[in-house]
Design a protein around this ligand. Structure first.
Ligand code: CA
Length: 245
């Protein structure tokens, strides 16, 4: 292999890694597990990377029994948005669960990120989760406090009561400009001060969480976002060039 070809091969390899590594959330689809969830334990301890911030939270997988399986499980029936698995949190009057994960890299101050996730309220309960909060932390830590977090989330997604009960996943998406301290993310219930406190028993399925850099630092905020199609086009160009060497 000539030096030139080796150079292009190296660039191509790192480009592929960069494209695939953009999501800073490890195990974003909850597919990597340590052990399958079972009836006696289906907490996030079954998963790689993800941890409950409090309580146990819940994990569901297609290969598990019906109690903790997908699409059918104890809280309802829902196909994974992708793959075979998803996570779940319980929200009760006196008990709110949060899932958390340490990001693969800290967020960079001033950088804009796209936050995305898919949620679905389980149909076997009557309560409605009014809002989901995205909380960033400097450190990932477990808490024995089962109350709703009192701090203001980095972003709040309001959920419409008309979305429940339903079989479809709701796509939540927002942009966020990092402050630079963010090393872990928590996802869970948010108590809007202007709304009455949550009542009843609710369960929320969560799948495909991603936090990706949207704009490169130094670019204008309204600069066109490089699309997946454009990236694939560039990859094809690099591959074509390699074949010509
Ligand atoms: Ca999944």
């Amino acid at each position: 292999m000539t030096a030139m070809r080796w150079c292009f091969f190296t660039v191509f390899f790192y480009y592929l890694v960069a494209v695939q590594a953009q999501n800073l959330v490890p195990n974003p689809s909850f597919e990597e597990f340590i052990k399958l969830p079972q009836k006696h334990y289906n907490g996030l301890g079954c998963l790689k990377y993800w941890r409950p911030h409090n309580g146990n939270c819940d994990y569901y997988h297609k290969q598990a029994g019906w109690w903790t399986g997908t699409p059918r499980n104890i809280f309802g029936r829902q196909k994974p948005h992708s793959g075979n698995a998803y996570a779940g949190i319980c929200v009760r009057t006196t008990f709110k669960e949060y899932i958390e994960v340490k990001l693969t890299a800290p967020l960079v101050q001033g950088q804009t990120y796209q936050i995305e996730l898919y949620v679905s309220e389980a149909e076997r309960f009557t309560g409605h989760i009014e809002a989901i909060g995205i909380y960033f932390k400097e450190n990932s830590c477990w808490s024995n406090d089962n109350n709703a977090l009192t701090e203001t989330p980095a972003h709040t997604f309001k959920l419409s009561r008309s979305d429940r009960p339903q079989k479809n996943w709701i796509h939540l998406s927002a942009e966020y400009i990092a402050e630079g301290f963010e090393k872990a993310v928590l996802i869970g219930y948010y108590q809007d001060p202007s709304s009455p406190p949550h009542k009843g028993y609710s369960h929320l399925y969560i799948d495909d969480v991603s936090i990706t850099p949207l704009h490169q630092l130094g670019m204008k905020p309204d600069a066109p976002v490089e699309s997946e199609w454009a990236r694939m086009n560039q990859l094809c160009q690099v591959k074509k060039h390699l074949q010509q060497l």
